[in-house]
Design a protein around this ligand. Structure first.
Ligand SMILES: [Zn+2]
Ligand SMILES: [Zn+2]
Length: 574
């Protein structure tokens, strides 16, 4: 701090004494009376109080300017960043810090000094990584205590060294009963100086929000680590044929799901697969290939899918050949129409991406601050979505997303003409309406079964939300039965119960509590006695990468600004 002040006011000082007890500095001019004396406060580790401070310099300003300027240090940079970015891991890049120090203190510092100062700032914030491992058992004990039903587990190797960590919060496990049984699993690398991956198993709530079920830290993605993670996941979410896992195509991950959850269904993330497939197409626009592939995977009827598939094969033979090879010709792993499980309307690639970006800064913290950050974020989401679920009007029975969809489709459904085929089995034939309101025999017809919740367009069957044809049949039922003894049908009878607001609210009824400050911890002696040998940090050279490394076939979008500059130039021969 004295350092920073000295630079700001550009005077030099001499350190008289600095040890664990005292810190005394004087002005560099011996005759000057400026002096600062600080001493340690009793019974504290780092707390100093200023005992003596002669505020006025008695030396002359002129004599100061001849003195050689002190050099900027990483500590100075860290001190500046502490002041300007309190509690924030996101600090400017070293080049900007160089300029900042230059204007603020009038000192030139090198790029590496700026970078080291930036790293020191982050290190001070995120805590000592080694300490985190020592306190881990006590932390997990407190987490389980404040959040009932929480399951945590730590795996050590034979030497007692930390290997894996698993946490599933009680509130989210309980809430999963109200969720569609589709779980995405994803791993990203940690940036805290130790190798390892942060793993999330996450569901999606009916209004398309992330709903993390469990998370953990593994040493890397391998058979042992994934098996360990899924065994623990299975202890809170049992195997069932209703379960669907959506993941990328990491081989260990695929094996672990198949081994631990034999009854569950497993599909691949279509977005990741599309990035790989497009790389195997040649002499064509790769963006078109990936788009075409994703569209193809979304078809609802076998006929439409087969037509799209054969035209895909014809247009991009090399990409199609790769697709067959890489998936062992198992179309059910990526095509919705062939998928054996119930995936509803989930588009899984987006939610994994947003989870990754949400926790990007946290992945640089030491273990416990990272866990704190993750739990705080989940708790925040719970609070927000709890409010959101309670905010809707009384009339609305469906979550806003589906309610809006129904609203939009209603207008379209009114343009259709439904004919009752069987009044007991509620079978309908739906065609387009002519302008005079009668059925148009020329248009394509769809058959709707309101009891089995099915339509020949198959959207109703897959998404568990009525398609536009089912809506038309529903209107026909209610208008034709106005005077009869039959009760009118409610729209919510046709929608999966997972989309009901009251079910949505249940998923968020429990509060997620944060782990209290360390001074409040009450931990039994046997937990305290458990020892973990912390991992050794892995020394790394150069700048730290903070963004996710892209897998094969993924590219960062090129900067648009550069493109534009290029276009402004003269194009010869155009
Ligand atoms: Zn002085
Ligand atoms: Zn339909």
């Amino acid at each position: 701090m004295v350092d920073k002040a000295a630079f700001e006011n550009s005077f030099g000082f001499v350190l008289v004494k600095s040890d664990k007890e005292r810190y005394v500095v004087k002005c560099q001019d011996k005759r000057c009376e400026w002096k600062l004396r600080a001493a340690k406060v009793l019974n504290t580790r780092f707390c100093f109080s200023i005992r003596t401070h002669h505020k006025m310099h008695t030396c002359s300003r002129a004599s100061q300017s001849t003195v050689k300027k002190r050099k900027g240090t990483p500590d100075l940079v860290a001190c500046l960043l502490h002041g300007d970015y309190p509690g924030s891991m996101e600090t400017p890049n070293p080049g900007t810090i160089q300029k900042l120090v230059q204007t603020r203190f009038g000192v030139k510092i090198s790029y590496s000094t700026a970078l080291r100062g930036k790293n020191r700032h982050a290190y001070d914030l995120r805590g000592d990584p080694g300490e985190s491992y020592k306190k881990l058992y006590c932390y997990l004990h407190m987490l389980e205590k404040v959040n009932e039903g929480t399951k945590t587990s730590v795996k050590l190797d034979e030497a007692g060294k930390f290997m894996y960590l698993f946490i599933a919060l009680g509130a989210t496990i309980e809430g999963f009963q109200c969720m569609r049984k589709v779980i995405t699993v994803d791993a990203t690398h940690l940036k805290n100086g130790y190798r390892g991956v942060l793993v999330f198993a996450s569901a999606q709530d009916p209004n398309r929000h992330n709903y993390p079920l469990a998370f953990g830290v593994l040493d890397s993605e391998n058979n042992d680590s994934w098996n360990w993670f899924f065994e623990l996941l299975k202890s809170v979410i049992p195997d069932s044929s209703e379960l669907v896992f959506m993941t990328d195509r990491n081989e260990s991950l695929i094996n672990a799901v198949a081994y631990v959850y034999p009854r569950a269904h497993h599909g691949y993330c279509v977005w990741h697969l599309s990035q790989n497939v497009k790389d195997h197409a040649f002499n064509v626009n790769k963006g078109v290939v990936s788009f075409y592939f994703r569209e193809m995977s979304r078809h609802y009827t076998v006929a439409a899918f087969e037509a799209a598939y054969s035209s895909f094969e014809a247009r991009f033979p090399s990409a199609a050949a790769y697709l067959v090879k890489t998936t062992n010709n198992r179309k059910e792993t990526w095509a919705r129409v062939h998928f054996p499980g119930v995936r509803y309307n989930l588009d899984t690639s987006n939610c994994v991406e947003s989870l990754n970006s949400t926790f990007r800064p946290a992945r640089r913290y030491a273990l416990i601050p990272m866990l704190d950050a993750i739990i705080a974020q989940i708790s925040k989401w719970f609070n927000e979505h709890r409010k959101e679920a309670a905010a809707g009007s009384e009339a609305h029975k469906l979550v806003p997303l589906v309610e809006n969809l129904m609203h939009d489709m209603w207008k379209e459904a009114e343009k259709l003409h439904a004919t009752e085929l069987n009044s007991f089995e509620l079978l309908y034939d739906v065609v387009a309406k002519k302008s005079d309101g009668t059925a148009d025999p020329e248009s394509k017809n769809y058959s709707v079964d309101l009891i089995r919740k099915s339509c020949s367009c198959r959207v109703f069957d897959f998404e568990k939300i009525p398609c536009v044809h089912a809506l038309a049949a529903f209107m026909e039922f209610n208008t034709s039965n106005v005077d009869s003894s039959r009760y009118p049908m409610q729209l919510i009878e046709l929608v999966s119960h997972y989309y009901l607001i009251e079910v949505w609210q249940l998923a968020y009824w429990r509060t997620i509590f944060l782990v209290p400050h360390e001074s409040e911890w009450k931990v039994p002696e046997d937990v305290k006695a458990k020892k973990i040998i912390p991992l050794q940090p892995i020394p790394k050279k150069g700048r730290k990468r903070t963004k996710r490394l892209f897998g094969p076939g993924e590219y960062r979008r090129p900067r648009t600004a550069n493109k534009r500059r290029k276009r402004q130039g003269i194009v010869w021969g155009a």
